[in-house]
Design a protein around this ligand. Structure first.
Ligand code: PXP
Length: 241
């Protein structure tokens, strides 16, 4: 069975925050994504609130009709927000203020006690947890140790591979990780850097459940919508809209 699609709407909020204004509205984007067939909506509430805001997450909780995946760092502040909002699942990601986007998987093996505590708190409250990790055997074992329900395999290196040989190696690394995780009883998602051109081999990995995709979809939406948006502005200038 083909994996489901979680649409990440962070960059709709990025455009809004560029002007600190009210448009585009991420909630409207989520509704339209669902109309287009999205199986889930993903939003990353960052510590610095550079794109998604607290009110977005609260409104998404009330309006999303598919499922809401809240991406967040494993901090006390974010755990409290998640326990309050109760998304359908949480994806724990590493976060550095200075990074442009999430740069690598979370190190579970190096912080078993802390991640285990966060997983227990969230899953104890009925919120399944997914851990965003590189497809390394030790990270997958550690994810099993902390009893997370899901992992999300980091597809960044695959997406950024400069040549076909490297891309094939990265795909084989993801395939092996996917297989190891499923054998260990973990459910497997993947994401980061996936595009219309590189998605199919990852979507074809046996057992892959959900792909979380943002940048390429928002980029395409901006371009396929440009012609209509300009036409409508000309109508508005003529007082016809
Ligand atoms: N999954 C995780 C854990 C992420 O941090 C991101 C980026 O916010 C994505 C998926 C989506 O990546 P992209 O925007 O490159 O599709």
């Amino acid at each position: 069975m083909a994996p489901t699609l979680g649409v990440n709407i962070d960059h709709i909020a990025t455009i809004r925050q560029a002007r600190r204004t009210v448009e585009p509205e991420p909630i409207a984007a989520a509704v339209l994504a669902e109309l287009g067939g999205a199986d889930g909506i993903t939003a990353h509430l960052r510590e610095d609130r550079r794109h998604i805001q607290d009110r977005d997450v609260r409104l998404l909780r009330q309006t999303v009709r598919t499922h809401l995946n809240l991406e967040m760092a494993a901090t006390d502040e974010m755990v409290a927000i998640a326990l309050d909002i109760k998304p359908d699942y949480v994806t724990l990601v590493p976060e550095k203020r200075e990074e442009v986007t999430t740069e690598g998987g979370l190190d579970i093996a190096g912080q078993i006690a802390r991640i285990g505590e966060v997983v227990d708190k969230l899953q104890g409250a009925g919120i399944p947890v997914s851990l965003f990790i590189d497809a390394e055997p030790a990270q997958i074992e550690a994810s099993q140790t902390v009893k997370a329900k899901f992992i999300e395999l980091h597809t960044g290196q695959y997406a950024e591979a400069k040549d076909e040989t490297t891309r094939k190696q990265e795909l084989a690394f993801l395939a092996a990780g996917c297989e190891q995780a499923i054998k260990a009883g973990l459910r497997v998602n993947a994401g980061h850097g996936l595009t219309y051109w590189n998605i199919h081999p990852v979507a074809s990995l046996p057992g892959m459940e959900e792909l979380n995709i943002g940048h390429t979809i928002v980029s395409r939406a901006a371009l396929v919508g440009m012609e209509r948006a300009v036409r409508e502005m000309k109508q508005a200038m003529r007082g016809e809209l």
